[in-house]
Ligand binder design. Structure first.
Ligand code: TMP
Length: 392
């Protein structure tokens, strides 16, 4: 069968956006890179993705600021995921695409499973190498697949929040299906488009996320390769993701749950149109709230300098005049400025004397709320924009 061809028609235009993970020093303001962020749709394959993609070297560089291991909730998530996927690890190796700082490689090690990481951002790859993990610091290519296969048989390929980053997605799936062969499985989890549409969580849309997955799209790409999604489950890690299990059609029969989720994916174009309208409404209401608080003289800050928050602040035009600073626990982000809007980022120790905190890390709300007793007891309130802008 012919491999699929994807052609995206522009649907939602967000205007100029900076690179969401490129935290800046003042000296870097003048050279900041912006691109037109436009979400597109291909009716033939149901692909939803960025019409203008950013060259990977602008995003995954040697000062990449996202370290998975900095969040305790993420450590727990990866440990639980490794335990759950253990039956798929079989007798072969596990390959983790986008192994970041080795948070999950560590979990596999503890479980006694040989795991190889593939991680193109050299600085985060170095962190996991220094912890003794086997890491190939490159993008996934046919050559890298060969290199892995020369080291042994692969039972499981896993990728969390990485597959949606890969512009050459069909070629990427070709590499992975070669790695797993007829027996192995590929399990991946990424933001699920139906969640974005339902929650108006448009802040999931940023430079690194080239694709917004549906089962319909993944199956369209896999079908000509002889593979399909045979299982799936919904997870809440990053505010609504679908974990999909891919295997060869002859060896992995489809579980009924896949059909149940597929049934929710009717009328994707209608959902995109609704999302477009809801994003505009969300911006208007959020700005009303923040402008009102400013008029009342309230002290507002941002909580968690996330990539998602970069989209909200830049799309809505929320600079330091509305949110004077953002707190974050990640040392490499502290002392830097938020992309595009140039809001200063300060350590979480400076999270005090604040009336309202905007949850840029809204997906970690439970963990955050539980750790910020003092803030709430002092009368502090959270602001969120998901699913609609409001004060909690
Ligand atoms: P993520 O949503 O992409 O996982 O990013 C979480 C970001 O939020 C990361 O920069 C760390 C930051 N953060 C805090 O500053 N305080 C917190 O309590 C939590 C949970 C996250």
């Amino acid at each position: 069968m012919e491999p699929v061809k994807i052609k995206l028609n522009p649907i939602i235009d967000f205007g100029k956006m900076p690179i969401a993970n490129a935290f800046l020093t003042k000296e870097q303001f003048k050279d900041e890179f912006f691109y037109d962020m436009v979400l597109g749709y291909d009716p033939a394959t149901h692909a939803i993705g960025l019409v203008n993609t950013v060259p990977p070297e602008h995003m995954f560089h040697d000062h990449y600021a996202f370290f998975s291991g900095t969040s305790r909730a993420m450590q727990r998530h990866f440990r639980e995921t490794a335990e759950k996927l253990l039956p798929y690890a079989g007798k072969g190796m596990v390959v983790e695409i986008g192994s970041n700082d080795g948070i999950m490689l560590e979990a596999w090690k503890e479980l006694g499973v040989r795991a190889i990481g593939v991680e193109p951002s050299a600085n985060v790859a170095d962190v996991s190498k220094s912890r003794g993990h086997e890491v190939i610091a490159k993008f996934m290519t046919p050559e890298v697949a060969d290199e892995i296969l020369s080291r042994g048989k692969v039972s499981l390929v896993f990728g969390a929040n990485v597959s949606c980053h890969i512009e050459g997605f069909r070629e990427y799936l070709e590499c992975i299906t070669r790695l797993i062969g007829r027996e192995g499985a590929f399990v991946f989890e990424d933001p699920y488009f139906m969640d974005i549409a339902e929650k108006t969580s448009y802040d999931q849309i940023y430079d690194e996320h080239v694709w917004y997955f549906t089962l319909s799209f993944i199956n369209a790409v896999l079908d000509p390769l002889g593979f399909h999604v045979f299982d799936c489950e919904h997870i809440e890690t990053h505010g609504g993701e679908l974990r999909m299990y891919v295997g060869h059609k002859d060896t992995h029969p489809v579980k009924p749950v896949v059909g149940e989720w597929l049934a929710k994916e009717t009328d994707i174009p209608g959902k995109l149109e609704l999302l477009k309208t809801n994003i505009i409404k969300s911006k208007i209401v959020l700005l009303e709230i923040l402008n009102r608080l400013k008029k009342e003289g309230k002290r507002v800050c941002g909580f968690g300098a996330t990539s998602k928050g970069v989209i909200v602040t830049n799309y809505c035009g929320i600079g330091p005049e509305l949110i004077p600073f953002i707190t974050d626990t990640t040392p490499v982000k502290q002392g830097k400025y938020y992309p595009g809007v140039h809001t200063p980022i300060v350590p979480q120790e400076e999270f005090k004397n604040v009336d309202y905190a905007f949850l840029f890390a809204w997906n970690h709300f439970k963990e955050i709320d539980a750790s910020q007793d003092r803030f709430r007891k002092a009368g502090g309130r959270w602001i969120t924009h998901v699913p609609t802008p409001r004060i909690i």
